[in-house]
Design a protein around this ligand. Sequence first.
Ligand code: S3P
Length: 170
Amino acid sequence: MKIFLVGFMGSGKSSLGRKLAHYINYHFLDLDKLIEAKVQMTIAEYFALYGEGSFRQLEKDVLQSSEYGVNTIIATGGGSPCYFDNINWMNQQGKTVYLSMKAASLADRLINSKRERPLIQGFNHEELVNYIKTKLEGREVYYRQAQFMVSGTDMTAEKLAGYLGISPVG
Ligand code: S3P
């Protein structure tokens, strides 16, 4: 089973994904890391050199052409489900989970880790909340196409495994 975690930057896709993989004995992959390995630079560097349009094409190519193997959890990037046919493609490949969180909580998490995230570089807390609110409005249409929607705020690997009907020993 492949499980794709989707949601806004800061919603915990990578950290929760890693914990869930450990708990249910799955492999874990981070799409941003696969992209960085492919182009041999950070995503921030790629954005600066080639721009967002080029990044979205690259993101789609890496998402849809990587070998995931069986029993893998994939943490996607915040924009991944919102471009091309990516969310439909993920829905066809396995289970998709939207980690939902409010803009203010996302901003609290992101304010300390915005340096590696090209879309939110240089924002103060208020600018960040406003940016997230606007962006979330557009993106929720895609995020909500995921098969499962859970709150990212207090989510644990144990709870998520339960929602997905996967037992830790399986
Ligand atoms: C992006 C989110 C990032 C990364 C890129 C663009 C976005 O991933 O893919 O900076 O458009 O929301 P994370 O959600 O893992 O930060």
